[in-house]
Design a protein around this ligand. Sequence first.
Ligand code: NAD
Length: 495
Amino acid sequence: MSRISGHHFLNGVYQAGAGSSHETFDPATDQPVGSYRDATLEEVDAAVAAANAAQKVWWSMSALDRATALHEVATRLVERSATTGECLTREMGKPYRESNWEGGASASAFRYYAELARHDQGRIAGPAIAGQMHMTLKEPLGTIVSIVPFNFPVLLFGWQAAGALAAGNAIIVKPSELTSLTVLSLMPAFDHLPAGLVQVLTGGAAVGQALVGHEHTHGVAFTGSVAAARAVAKTAAERFKPVLTEASGNDPFIVMPSAPLDAVARGATFAAFLNCGQVCTSAERFYVHTDIYDEFLGAFVEQTKALRIGNGLDAVDIGPMASLRERDRVERLVARAVEQGARVVTGGRRPSAPTSGAFYEPTILEVSHDHEIMHGECFGPIAPVCRVADLDEAIRLANDSVLGLGANIYTEVLEEAFRAVHEIESGIVWVNTPLNDNDAVPFGGRKLTGSGRELGAEGLDQFRRSKMVMIAPRAEPDPEWFPYPDGDSFREQGS
Ligand code: NAD
């Protein structure tokens, strides 16, 4: 980590940054792990120029050669996942099993898009003029700016980069300030590609803005909070640049009486506390049918109390939050909920051990739907639980949100599952299978969660533009051209 601290990855090499330097800390120990530098405007210009040059080389290759190169990226990501995983756990705290998993999951998206992108590059339409060929040709946008958050830096960069590169683009990634070294550590997986095709510029919001607003970048893939998404979208709009926006979630989790207790309690615990609740699709609001409310709450508490908290490099289920600032924010959310009448069922405090670091106990609250905590994204290890009378009430409350990323329902009644799928206003619905992804199916949200999709065929098209192409086999005059026949005039036709 010390070797890449303070560097960018520019034009195929790690280069010491010239901008101001910021120290970063292991959230499990509060000890420094390295530093990152804010990219300067000169570094931004250099990266953009290198990206545009590399993109031309990349797009001039055959689709088969690009696919082969992307399969090689996937192989290297898997080979590097232990190294990258250790770096990720030291930078933001998640258990090593989860950090290590990200490399393989990211590789899977590269393999999927390597093949999908060469399967078709557009479409031939039935010609509107006999004998001609009329088609939609898909072309890359050019240079994509990727802005990613701290919670899944390898996976989320991988999703964006796989789609963008497969579509023929170059990509410059601006990682989160909390996970710059992790993203930098991935770069050897790309060093067989044209230099400059994949680059990393570290820094804060200003670096992201400089890249998004740059005259010579052509598309943006943003994942993060609603506030930052808005700022990015506004800057991109000045140049009509297409933006993929993947912002916050506040996912409901509905429990119906037919749900098997053990499965639903374990599913709820995983959905609420994976990565310390720092998942965009974390279950953030539990609506539990009154008939099984007490049983469910008891089983949920039992599972939650069994979670082992500690340094993510040890044998634990839950690490610290990503920073002390995030832990303090969650503490304030719980205090506010209690002030509004929430009951702390378990957790609600820092653990007795470890004593240092950004640790917070997985917390279950009994709340009512009008508490503030049900109406914003907590992004921490808090599970607020609310009793509901029936599925109608559960769906009504689930839809009472300005966000619309994912939604969960546990039920073994087919009709209830169908209703949830059709009636919940979200981009994803999981029935009895929380938080799962599939490279072949689009991921994204609606409402203030954003627009656009990652993964699936839709995710590839996010990084391509369409060109209308018409070809006549011979250069012949068209009978529709001048001069118009006298018989078509108003005086001839209208009289
Ligand atoms: P964040 O919005 O603070 O930061 C995300 C990225 O945006 C970082 O790289 C940051 O430096 C950059 N950024 C911040 N302000 C910016 C600005 N004004 N202009 C340009 N760039 C800017 O988010 P975070 O705290 O890192 O991550 C947590 C958030 O990400 C949560 O809201 C979570 O729901 C969301 N998220 C969404 C998805 C999804 O797929 N919908 C996935 C993961 C995380």
